[in-house]
Design a protein around this ligand. Sequence first.
Ligand code: PLP
Length: 368
Amino acid sequence: MSFNTIKYMEWAKTHYKNLDSSILDFSISGMPPPADNLLELGIDFHELTLARDNSYGYKPLREAIAARYGVDYEQVLPTIGSSMGNFIFYASIHRPGKSILLESPVYECLKGPIEGFNMKAIPLPRYESRAWQFDVDEAVALAEEHDALAIVLTNPHNPSGVFTEESTIQELAEKMGDRWLLVDEVYREWVPDQRGRTSAGRHPRIVVTSSLTKVWGLGQLRVGWMIAPKEFIHRSQHTYDHMAVIHPIEADWLGHQLFAKPGLLDKIRENMLRKISESREIVDSFLEKHRELGVESQMPDSGAVALWQFRDNDGDQLANKLEKEAGITVVPGSFFAANDHVRVSWTNTAAHIDKVLDRFSKWIIKQA
Ligand SMILES: Cc1ncc(COP(=O)(O)O)c(C=O)c1O
């Protein structure tokens, strides 16, 4: 077993610290925090009493997550971000030498554990020409050919941002036979009509992971969860015993406060969606003006990330030039196996995105 450095993670954790303060961000995939501190959200940590039972998950939090997503509380496992849910998924099903079918382009952290557990990642293409969707029949054929233990997707997709309709996920689950389907839904509630929606509970082989990181801007709190069939949750609880024994009660309690305060998560989400749509208008008007100058993208209908291309630059070159010459930072697509692209994001305020795109525009003019 060998868990190699996740290059994207190393980049994400060091890049911003070393960045000149004059460089403007056009790269971060999660919303900024909704408040400066917890009191502003109506949460007082002094109320956290220590004698609570959270063996195998704090029941009030499990119930609150279950209520939002329309499942039974026994189908919910609180995790440290969706990242831990993804790791627990792989740790729970792994069999060395076997294959996992994994979407490509891909968020690198979904690939690392496959290799770490001595399994093989088989790429499932998402096609730019089809707005970054995959083909269900191709997925089924590849899974059969490689006898894959599981198929792994993000929905919406990181890095392209596109959403795959529930009917497609269900069709895949129905056709894939006796495999697992992991759907990382950490961006799902960015889609306006997807409040409280999930693929979990709709098919006995679907496992979903998510968290309050991206849509709610609360990543530092590490409130995440897995939703899966009860037997899979039992299996995952036993996997968790190898990792941290019990979940931190601070995270459980906080998560419960956030989920249980009437309207709190919905209010934060609505504000975030409003901000995204204001920034998106600026992005769309930039694209309208610059497409014929060589900026290309299959833009998602919702959310706040996308893959962009500029003329014949590869993604690494473009990211480098944008940072050095235009003063904008984006993510090189090579971290996602999307080498010809960069990933951009408009999670920041409209005023910020306006400045970013003004710089981008001036830089393009100089490229003539
Ligand atoms: C698809 C995907 N899953 C999970 C994560 C990490 O989320 P969390 O903070 O919930 O662990 C990210 C972060 O970029 C992501 O893009």
